[in-house]
Design a binder for this molecule. Structure first.
Ligand SMILES: [Zn+2]
Ligand SMILES: [Zn+2]
Length: 292
């Protein structure tokens, strides 16, 4: 129920908006969907009662509303076949803005607590995305309650969230400080440089290609895990990128003489870059993966 609540509120708004636009059949269908999902919403039953063209459905809807709220005057009037109080049969948006007739509340003081709930929502019917003021919408951010259009809405398990709130949510998750960034850069650079030197300057030949291919993933993961330890397990939005970059830099620096060798000696020396190349690709991917 918690999960679907913002969605149902959105659907309710949509239904009222549709009704006010004069599309009564479409609005009735929306109310049907709402009560099918959540049968405890008095407003939805009242909406269906008002809009349904099927007499049996109309009566059932008003009875449901009364069962949930026995003193509801709209439902009472609807069942009695009287014109609905407050909300006139023609549904111009302005009609709802007028205050409730005082006579009604005097007659039945018990009703005061629950005036016809249709009226109070009408003032903010048409919402406009706070980031795209020209777009009307019926969605709201569940966190800050600002209206958002479908392009700005990010779906989460608990409802739609606006980009700002999403960013703030992520920022709480990313707790790394500037010092953590600095530490992560230095530590991953040193470790990567050591590994890079071994890769470039030791071994050689075909077996060395296989060995490097085999251990590169583990080396990348090792650099990432140790860096993660050093910064106290805190996470940063760009720390995985930094660590992966350092792994590449760490092998490019010792391989630099080879690059010059290729420039001088031609393509024949290209093979010597195979091992550092494989290592850079596998180890940096692995470091990035482990850091996330
Ligand atoms: Zn928000
Ligand atoms: Zn928008």
């Amino acid at each position: 129920m918690n999960m679907s609540e913002p969605r149902l509120r959105t659907l309710l708004r949509q239904a009222e908006k549709t009704k006010n636009a004069g599309k009564r059949a479409a609005a009735a269908q929306l109310y049907r969907e709402i009560v099918a999902e959540e049968p405890d919403l008095v407003d939805a039953w009242l909406g269906l009662g008002e809009l349904s063209t099927d007499a049996a459905e109309k009566e059932r809807a008003y009875r449901q509303a009364l069962a949930l709220d026995p003193e509801n005057v709209v439902a009472q009037a609807g069942l009695a076949g009287e014109p609905l109080p407050e909300v006139a049969e023609t549904s111009e948006p302005e009609t709802a803005v007028s205050p409730p007739p005082p006579a009604m509340t005097q007659q039945a003081p018990a009703v005061q607590k629950k005036p016809a709930p249709l009226a109070e929502k009408e003032d903010d019917f048409i919402l406009y995305c706070y980031r795209h003021p020209e777009r009307d919408t019926s969605l709201r951010c569940y966190s800050c309650n600002k209206p958002i259009c479908i392009d700005c809405a990010n779906k989460t398990p608990v409802g739609y969230i606006c980009p700002e709130c999403l960013y703030n949510l992520e920022e709480k998750f990313f707790s790394a400080t500037k010092i953590d960034y600095l530490l992560a850069s230095v530590v991953s650079f040193i470790l990567s440089l050591l590994a890079g030197f071994v890769v470039v300057n030791f071994g050689g030949g075909f077996f060395w290609v296989l060995i490097v291919l085999f251990v590169a993933g583990g080396v990348g993961a090792f650099v990432a895990k140790l860096t993660y330890r050093v910064i106290g397990g805190r996470r940063g939005r760009y720390i995985p990128h930094i660590v992966a970059t350092m792994v590449i830099v760490g092998v490019v620096i010792p391989a630099f003489p080879m690059l010059i060798g290729i420039l001088l000696g031609g393509l024949g020396a290209l093979f010597s870059l195979l091992v550092p190349g494989i290592y850079a690709f596998v180890a940096s991917s692995s470091a990035f993966y482990w850091m996330r």
